[in-house]
Design a protein around this ligand. Structure first.
Ligand code: OOG
Ligand code: NI
Length: 461
């Protein structure tokens, strides 16, 4: 029997091999990430592994895929459910940027600590918001619905195997092999000709709409390795002549702790795709939709920490708009140095970030009773605090990554009322609860506090 986490790890490896064949620049990104990680480990030592072992970080990837309908999303959920990946978080990218990104998204990922440590593979999954009249008028909605209802992304055999794997928490070796082969094939770039007129029609609304609703299959859009120093990676990729987007999305580079998520990407590459013309001829065309992204992960912030982060983003925006000549990076760094706690201890003391707590291996020698309060327990050496790594995504960065790789800005007609999509809607559509990331981190922190209390014989912390 191959367990779910082994299926997940094998799927991630095979997807990576497939994507490396399709997009060789991805392999360069993975190689440069590995080099940077080895260098960071050499210079920073154990500190480099504070947010995950080098084994985990080197193997770590997130993928991004895009589907068209709630039905397709529910099928994706079954396939990832087989791999022990659950929908976490709701991201509305329709509002997160100035121009049109007509999708709502969630991320499928393992949720429990042991599973994350075994293999943290996650997939950012977006669904086209066909029902939103700000993007699609009635005629286009109807055509899209017909087109999407007529395609089959996931073969029934794959879905049946997925359901079995989820129910039995794994698959026998032969079935596992079949499941993996079918699952990877779903995300290969289709060789079927793209209907050029239909694709162009959707492209006028948004390049993302065309990529999702203009073709008869789906494909992996990018696969993102994790790097320990994203600024160094950016420099090395640029030195190799790879054209990167202008910025690193997310928090600035600064002297304090890494929090949340920093991401950047190289620009979408032109890929040859067969196209069917209006006359029915098949010609060779090319599309730019797939890119290479890389990310650095930091500490998970609490709701209060996240609110603080969002507020700082607002301040940076404001100062940048007052100072159009100044570099945004410099502004952001200055705002952070002024307003962001500069150490893990301060983040913990102000309740801004999540930690797991463990009784220190060696008890302090003073024979008194342990102090009350977690901060004092840590300060006096009874307990060690380890940061919880952020496993999720950021809507504004996601929209920025989508956008910086789009051709054209697309259209959103803000005179119309948008369609309501939210986390509850998404849960209903896919038939399983979309989990709240904050609640997951909090459970992890609370469970660690309860263990500490038990070990030290305290009634509560
Ligand atoms: C997803 C873009 C967002 C991320 O890491 O924030 C994303 C997409 O392009 O489909 O992948
Ligand atoms: Ni991504």
């Amino acid at each position: 029997m191959i367990s779910q986490w082994r299926l997940r790890a094998a799927f991630a490896v095979r997807l990576s091999e497939m994507y490396g064949r399709e997009v060789p620049a991805y392999t360069t990104l993975v190689d440069v990430s590995r080099e940077v990680n080895e260098d960071v480990l050499r210079t920073r030592g154990a500190d480099a592994e504070r947010l995950g072992s080098i084994g985990r970080v080197t193997a770590e990837r997130h993928g991004a895929i895009r589907v068209g309908t709630p039905r397709e999303l529910a099928q994706v959920a079954r396939v990832f459910g087989a791999l022990g990946m659950h929908p976490v978080g709701f991201y509305d990218l329709r509002e997160a940027a100035a121009s049109a990104v007509p999708v709502v998204s969630t991320a499928f990922r393992p949720v429990d600590g042991a599973e994350l440590a075994r293999n943290p593979f996650r997939v950012f999954t977006s669904m086209l918001t066909v029902a939103d009249p700000r993007f699609f008028d009635a005629g286009l909605r109807a055509r899209l619905a017909t087109f999407l209802d007529g395609r089959e992304l996931f073969p029934p055999e794959l879905l049946a195997l997925a359901d079995r794997a989820a129910a039995e928490r794994g698959l026998p070796a032969d079935d596992a092999e079949r499941f993996l082969a079918l699952a990877v094939a779903v995300f290969e770039l289709s060789k079927e000709p793209v209907d050029r007129a239909w694709y162009r029609t959707l492209e006028r609304v948004s390049a993302v709409a065309a990529d999702i609703g203009g073709v008869r299959g789906t494909h992996i859009n990018h696969l993102t390795p994790r790097v320990l120093d994203i600024d160094e990676l950016y420099r090395r990729m640029t030195d190799r002549g790879v054209e990167m987007i202008d910025t690193v999305q997310g928090p600035p580079a600064w002297r304090g702790p890494d929090v949340l998520l920093r991401q950047t990407s190289f620009r979408a590459l032109a890929e040859s795709r067969p196209m069917r013309t209006e006359d029915g001829d098949v010609v060779r065309g090319s599309l730019r939709v797939r890119f290479g992204e890389v990310e650095a992960r930091g500490i998970a912030l609490t709701r209060a920490g996240r609110a603080h982060y969002d507020e700082l983003l607002g301040r940076v925006d404001e100062e940048a708009s007052r100072n159009p000549a100044a570099a945004r990076d410099g502004i952001a760094r200055a705002v952070w140095e002024r307003h962001m706690p500069g150490s893990e201890e301060e983040l913990a003391a102000r309740g801004l970030a999540f930690f797991t707590y463990r009784p220190a291996g060696r008890r302090p020698r003073h024979d008194g009773v342990p102090p009350t309060g977690i901060a004092e327990l840590v300060r006096q050496g009874w307990v060690r605090a380890e940061p919880v790594v952020y496993e999720d995504f950021l809507p504004r960065s996601a929209a920025g990554i989508f956008q910086s790789n789009l051709t054209g800005t697309g259209m959103r007609d803000d005179d119309r009322q948008g369609a309501a999509y939210d986390a509850d809607w998404l849960s209903g559509a896919i038939g399983r609860e979309v989990l709240d990331p904050f609640a997951l981190y909090e459970q992890q922190q609370n469970a660690s506090l309860a263990r500490v209390a038990r070990t030290l014989g305290l009634t509560g912390i």
